[in-house]
Each structure stands twice: as structure tokens, then as C-alpha cells.
Design a protein around this ligand. Structure first.
Ligand SMILES: C[S@@+](CC[C@H](N)C(=O)[O-])C[C@H]1O[C@@H](n2cnc3c(N)ncnc32)[C@H](O)[C@@H]1O
Length: 266
């Protein structure tokens, strides 16, 4: 059993869902494109997208002619998927836990979990479930964020939050599965033959204030914090954070977002 992340509950993702399509989707869609390439799918493949969010990879895969089963535990994410998928056939989405898949053994050509399985409290079960539902020789593609300590914008946001809210508990350190060796070891333990592929895409914003406003609606740890504190406490802190950031960052903002895409052959 691995340690639970604060992002392991549907609440965080229900809160993020409204801002996700508008602000985060282009970044995640770029990684979905990488994952589909790495999966080297046969034509009209039968695939599973676990922790699909608003169907980032699932909808792209259906548009490429594949048959997709998509699963997520956030009702609000699935509602957005349903709106985005109107008129598409060959896409079945359902609510469920990625640690207990509602699918029979050995039925998929490929299975994906992009920036989803990394948050499962029991990642070993998440990997084992992907392995179980794949045909022999089928591929799983799973992604996580690389540890990226040299990240001036995010470091400044968290520093500013700590100054504005001194009682804020200290962050939990590196994100789950950010260490490549751990990623390979955990996925291999489920039976996969694993290769790890670094990929990176950028977030670009016109200025730091626009970025910070967007983070308050789409960046899960900040959205969760706002929800926990309530607006009367959060709003003045958010203003202080914005002032702190504006003093330090001028002009357009570019943030490199390096990730790991692990490919496992079952
Ligand atoms: C960062 S989003 C990624 C969504 C999508 N895969 C993408 O690449 O855009 C993380 C998603 O994982 C889902 N998730 C997290 N833990 C889950 C679990 N145990 N079971 C099902 N979905 C889960 C969340 O609801 C959220 O939609």
C-alpha cells in the first residue's frame, strides 16, 4: 500500500473539473498524443482509459478509430466528458475506482492512465488491474510528473502561499512516481516489461496574474486549499500571492512540464 495523496479523493477533481477543459486540456492533450504514439496501437484497437478526466485521451483515441472504455471516479469530470463526446460512438464512460476495474480479464489491446494512477492510494493494485485487463502482449502507458525542483514559478507560488498563510502544512515533497527508478520498479512488479520515456510540454500564459488566476480554478492543490479555507480566508491570501508574484515575474510566462511516460508490455 502506497501513501494516500490529498488528490486521492473525487472531491478535488470535482472542484477542478469546470476549469480543467478551459485551462489544462491543451497540456494534457499533448501528453495523450505522445501516449497514443508510444502504444503503437493496431487499427480499431480496444482500449481502456483509466482516470480519463474529461476524456482527454479517450476522445482523441475514438476520433482515431479505436473503441474506448473510459473510467473515472469524479462525476463532474465524467459530465464534461459526456458533453465533449456528444455524437461520438465507440466510447463507453463509467464512474468507478481505477484500483478495482469493472472489466473482464484479458480484453484490451492497450490501457492508459495519464496523470491518474499516480494519485491512487494503492498504486500496486492500479498497476495490477491494468495488467489483468490486457491481452497478453498488450501495452499499458502510464504517466507521472518528473521531479522538477528548478521550477521558479511554482516555487514562488508555494513560497508566497506559505508567507500569506503561515499555518499552511508543509507540502508533501516530490510528486508520486516522479522518480524514474521507482516508477519502473512498481510497474515491473505487476508483471510488465517496462520502458520509461521522458516527454515535456509547456504551459504558456500572457502574464503571471493570468497564470495565478487560472491556477486558482484548475490547479488541484490550490483549488482544494481554496475549498478548505473558504473564500473569506483564501481571497486576501490569493491577493497577497498575486502581489508577490507580480513583483518577481514580468511579461509572458513559459513553464516547462517534464513528465515520465512508462510503457509496459503485458
Ligand atoms: C490530472 S487528472 C488527469 C485526467 C486525464 N487522464 C488527462 O490526462 O487529462 C487526474 C484524474 O484522475 C482521476 N482519478 C484519481 N484517482 C482516481 C481513482 N482512484 N479512480 C478513478 N479515477 C481517479 C481524477 O478524478 C482525475 O479526473
Amino acid at each position: 500500500m502506497t501513501q494516500a495523496s490529498p488528490l486521492a479523493s473525487p472531491l478535488a477533481w470535482n472542484l477542478v473539473a469546470p476549469g480543467y477543459t478551459e485551462l489544462s486540456l491543451p497540456l494534457f492533450a499533448a501528453f495523450a498524443d505522445d501516449a497514443l504514439t508510444l502504444a503503437a496501437l493496431p487499427e480499431r484497437a480496444h482500449i481502456a482509459d483509466i482516470a480519463t478526466g474529461p476524456g482527454t485521451l479517450a476522445i482523441e483515441a475514438v476520433q482515431r478509430g479505436h473503441r474506448v472504455e473510459a473510467l473515472d471516479f469524479s462525476r463532474d469530470m465524467l459530465d464534461i466528458l459526456a458533453q465533449r463526446a456528444q455524437g461520438l460512438s465507440h466510447l463507453v464512460a463509467r464512474e468507478g475506482d481505477g484500483q478495482a476495474l469493472p472489466y473482464a480479464d484479458g480484453q484490451f489491446d492497450a490501457a492508459f492512465s495519464l496523470f491518474g494512477l499516480m494519485f491512487f492510494p494503492d498504486r500496486a493494485r492500479g498497476f495490477a488491474e491494468l495488467y489483468r485487463v490486457l491481452k497478453p502482449g498488450g501495452r499499458a502507458v502510464v504517466s507521472s510528473w518528473q521531479a522538477n525542483p528548478e521550477q521558479p514559478v511554482f516555487n514562488a507560488v508555494f513560497q508566497a502561499l506559505r508567507e500569506a498563510l503561515p499555518d499552511l502544512p508543509k507540502g508533501g515533497g516530490a510528486p508520486p512516481l516522479s522518480d524514474g527508478d521507482t516508477f519502473i520498479a512498481e510497474m515491473s512488479a505487476a508483471g510488465f516489461d517496462v520502458s520509461l520515456h521522458p516527454r515535456s510540454h509547456r504551459v504558456e500564459e500572457s502574464d503571471i496574474s493570468t497564470l495565478w488566476q487560472g491556477m486558482q480554478r484548475s490547479f488541484a492543490p490550490v483549488v482544494l486549499l481554496r475549498h478548505k479555507l473558504g473564500d473569506p480566508v483564501f481571497a486576501p491570501a490569493a491577493e497577497a500571492v498575486e502581489n508577490y508574484l507580480v513583483e518577481r515575474f514580468d511579461g509572458p510566462i513559459t513553464i516547462e512540464m517534464p513528465a515520465w511516460l512508462a510503457v509496459g508490455v503485458a
